[in-house]
Design a protein around this ligand. Structure first.
Ligand code: LMR
Length: 394
């Protein structure tokens, strides 16, 4: 049986992690996988998470199962964090999932069950796991332009042109904030125009939000998803707590489905629970419980928000330093986009050959499309990256 299996394509981001690990040079710089690092290169456990873990250790009396859709308290807390009061709670179905990827998978499985013919539209480029999961599920996909390789900003005209071909019932995957891999984001006026177009075409938005709080702030980063939630009868959302709570390995995510009415919401809720049961029975609870404790405790929440803001401002400062250094070394403003992008990533516009040279000659690791993890930088590595970029001809 097993000899009928074919080798699977390697995930480019995870493959890069391995290449970096295997590189013996102690001058190497890791700008690959999207994991936050502080100035010393460590991925810290956030203070509020540590405090909640201590409290949980004292208070938790059982490890018995939670509900199939996870703890309802977690659903409420996360709906509040992502959607605010954009939509009445009784129209939102939700289930805890193993990480944001679990939530994406759940959204797509739900779409497939409800409308097997739906086409799911992806931005070009997008996170490589999006098309990969869709392919695994055997679903139809289409692509819309998103990024202008010349200006390294959003190609909004191209995006709207391509989405002009949407059919009723199509699903459009949008990055809630901090677009991965480009770092180029829609402004609120553009979100509203996208909403108008999707409504005109009868398409359904699906927002993947994995970096809330890493771009312009917790509330600001949710403005797009909330705008859509306030306007659409139906909408799907996948949210991750991996990055903004720093609990990557705890696999903490949530799927949300906004339904037109409470009756449809109830059926959808049952379907999300059913899907969890088919896939893995009960979702992981530890990370979800910590998140719930933090969001429901004013002191823990304030500390978490303060630390998240430090992280966000730190990344903005790194962006500015890199843009300044590139400006200084090149004598041109063509790298100004680095300071304009938001979130953990920027696509720098290097060719695959230049990316390879950066790795082989300079020990600088970035994804092949020239996506860099800004948090992988520090004040010492910024001048090294800037000089190397110019050295390879970017
Ligand atoms: C990334 O894009 O680097 C992160 O989302 C991590 C991952 O799983 O790919």
């Amino acid at each position: 049986m097993l000899n009928h299996l074919h080798e699977q394509p390697k995930d480019k981001i995870l493959q890069l992690m391995q290449l970096y690990k295997d590189d013996p040079r102690d001058t190497k710089i890791d700008l690959g996988v999207g994991v936050y690092k502080d100035a010393s290169g460590k991925t810290p456990i956030m203070r509020a998470i540590k405090a909640a873990e201590k409290q949980l250790w004292n208070e938790e009396t059982t490890k018995s199962y939670t509900g199939l859709a996870g703890d309802p308290g977690y659903q409420d807390a996360m709906i509040g964090l992502v959607l605010g009061d954009a939509v009445p709670r009784d129209r939102v179905a939700a289930a805890a999932t193993p990480g944001g990827t679990g939530a994406i998978h759940m959204v797509l499985e739900t779409v497939k069950m409800a409308n097997p013919d739906a086409t799911v539209w992806l931005s070009t480029p997008t996170w490589p796991n999006h098309p990969s999961i869709l392919k695994h599920l055997g679903m139809k996909t289409a692509a819309y332009r998103y990024f202008d390789e010349a200006t390294l900003a959003v190609d909004f005209t191209g995006m709207m042109e391509d989405l002009g071909a949407l059919k009723s019932g199509d699903v459009v995957l949008l990055h809630g904030c901090c677009h991965n891999p480009t770092g180029a984001n829609l402004n609120l006026t553009e979100w509203a125009q996208v909403a108008d177009l999707l409504q005109e075409k009868g398409a359904i938005p699906f927002v993947d939000i994995a970096y809330q709080g890493f771009g312009d702030g917790l509330e600001q980063d949710a403005a797009g998803v909330r705008l859509l939630a306030g306007r659409f009868d139906e909408m799907m959302i996948a949210a991750s707590c991996s990055k903004n709570f720093g609990i990557y390995r705890e696999r903490t995510g949530i799927v949300m489905a906004i339904a037109p009415d409470t009756a449809t919401r109830d059926i959808t809720q049952g379907n999300l629970a059913h899907l969890n049961r088919q896939n893995f029975s009960f979702p992981p609870d530890h990370g979800a419980r910590l998140v719930t404790m933090i969001l429901n405790d004013p002191a823990l929440k304030a500390d978490w928000m303060a630390e998240l803001e430090e992280v966000r401002l730190g990344m903005l400062a790194l962006r500015q330093q890199l843009a300044d250094e590139l400006q200084r070394l090149s004598g041109s403003d063509r790298f100004g986009f680095v300071a304009q992008h938001r979130g953990m990533f920027s696509r720098l516009g290097a060719t695959p050959e230049q990316v390879l040279e950066l790795r082989e000659k300079h020990g600088i690791y970035m994804v092949g499309d020239s996506r860099v993890n800004i948090a992988g930088l520090n004040k010492d590595s910024i001048p090294i990256l800037a000089a190397a970029l110019l050295d390879v001809g970017v």
